[in-house]
Design a protein around this ligand. Structure first.
Ligand SMILES: [Zn+2]
Length: 330
C-alpha cells in the first residue's frame, strides 16, 4: 500500500506498536480529503499485520485482505444517505460484537468514519461507545474519524489517541496522482493540483469532474470579477452554478479561501504558500483589497455558505450576495 503524507501520525502509531503499547481507541481528525480513511486503514493493517513490525508489510494475508477491504475482523460502520448513524443498526452492534474474539486475526478493528456528518446522532453514538472506548477488550481497537476534533465529547477525547491529518506538498500530490491515475495526462494532473494543492482528496475530486471542479471555476471567476470591481461579472459567476446548490456552495466557500489567502498575502504572509484553488488570483486580489476589507468579505462569504446550507431561495441569495460583495469592494 503506497501511502502519501500523514507520516507523523503513522510514525507515532508504529512506535507504539513496536513498544507493545498499541493504541486501542483512536480519533483521526482533519479536513475532508486529507486521508483520514486511508490512515484508518493503514492503522488497521499495522495492528493486524502478521509481521508486527509497527507498519503494515503489505504482503501478508492480513495486509492484503485489509487493502482489498475484505478482512472479516475490520468492520467499518455504515451511515445512512444523509450521513447519520442509526445507532441501533450500526453502533450498538459494535458494542456487543466487541466482546467476541476475532475470527481471523489477532485483533478486531472497528472504524466509524465521518462521525461529524452524523448530525442527529453524533453525541448519542459517543455515549453508547464510551464504555468500549474507556475499557476496550485486549483484542479490540476502535477508530473514529471526523473533520473536526470539536465534535467529540471531552470524556471521549481524553481517552483516545488523537491524530490530526495534514496536507502534503504539491510535489507529493502530483506524485501520488500520477501513480494512482496513470491514464490521466500530466497536464490534467497539474491542473487538479493547482486546484486541490496538498489535499489529495480534493485533487481527485477535481479529476472526477464533481461539484468541486465546477466550484473551482466559479471561485476563480468570482476572484477576477472582484479584482476588476465588476458587479455584472460577479453576478454572472454566481449564476454559472446553474441553480445547483452544491456547486454554488463549493464556489462561494472556495472563493472565501482565496479571499483568506489574499488577506494573508496582504499582511506579509508567504505568497508561495497558498491553500486556495487560485494562488495567482489571491495575489492579484491582495494588491487591490485591503486586509480589513478582505476580512469583511471573508465573513460575508462564510455567512452566505450557511444561508445556502439553510435551504434559502438560491436566486434571491445570489442577487443579494452580489450586491453585498460589491458594497464591500466598491
Ligand atoms: Zn502484513
Amino acid at each position: 500500500m503506497n501511502i502519501y503524507g500523514n507520516s507523523e501520525p503513522r510514525r507515532l502509531v508504529a512506535q507504539m506498536i513496536k513498544k507493545n503499547r498499541e493504541p486501542h481507541s483512536i480519533v483521526i481528525h482533519g479536513e475532508k480529503g486529507l486521508g483520514k480513511k486511508t490512515l484508518a486503514k493503514w492503522i488497521s493493517a499495522a495492528l493486524l499485520c502478521e509481521k508486527q513490525s509497527g507498519e503494515p508489510c503489505g504482503l501478508c494475508k492480513s495486509c492484503r485482505m485489509i487493502f482489498d477491504d475484505c478482512h472479516p475482523d475490520v468492520v467499518t460502520a455504515k451511515s445512512n444517505a444523509n450521513g447519520n448513524y442509526i445507532v441501533d443498526d450500526s453502533i450498538r452492534p459494535i458494542v456487543s460484537d466487541a466482546a467476541v474474539a476475532p475470527s481471523e486475526g489477532r485483533m478486531k478493528v472497528y472504524i466509524i468514519p465521518d462521525l461529524d456528518m452524523s448530525v442527529n446522532t453524533a453525541v448519542q453514538a459517543q455515549n453508547i461507545l464510551l464504555k468500549l472506548i474507556e475499557e476496550p477488550p485486549e483484542h479490540t481497537a476502535i477508530i473514529l474519524t471526523a473533520r473536526s476534533k470539536e465534535i467529540f465529547l471531552s470524556t471521549i477525547i481524553s481517552r483516545v489517541l488523537s491524530l490530526g491529518v495534514t496536507s502534503v506538498s504539491e510535489a507529493e500530490s502530483t506524485r501520488c496522482l500520477t501513480e494512482k491515475y496513470p491514464e490521466v495526462p500530466p497536464r490534467e494532473i497539474a491542473e487538479s493540483v493547482s486546484a486541490g494543492r496538498g489535499n489529495i482528496g480534493r485533487c481527485e475530486e477535481y479529476l472526477g469532474k464533481t461539484a468541486f471542479r465546477s466550484g473551482v471555476l466559479i471561485a476563480r471567476e468570482l476572484c477576477s470579477a472582484v479584482v476588476g470591481n465588476n458587479e455584472y461579472a460577479v453576478l454572472k459567476a454566481l449564476f454559472a452554478a446553474d441553480g445547483k446548490k452544491a456547486v454554488l456552495r463549493e464556489g462561494v466557500s472556495l472563493f472565501a479561501e482565496i479571499v483568506r489567502d489574499s488577506a494573508v498575502f496582504r499582511l506579509g504572509g508567504d505568497r508561495e504558500k497558498s491553500v486556495s484553488c487560485d494562488r495567482e488570483g489571491a495575489k492579484r486580489l491582495s494588491e487591490t483589497l485591503s486586509a480589513e476589507r478582505a476580512v469583511r468579505l471573508y465573513d460575508l462569504l462564510c455567512e452566505y455558505v450557511n444561508r445556502i446550507d439553510a435551504n434559502c431561495n438560491l436566486s434571491l441569495t445570489m442577487n443579494s450576495l452580489a450586491g453585498q460583495i460589491c458594497r464591500i469592494i466598491g
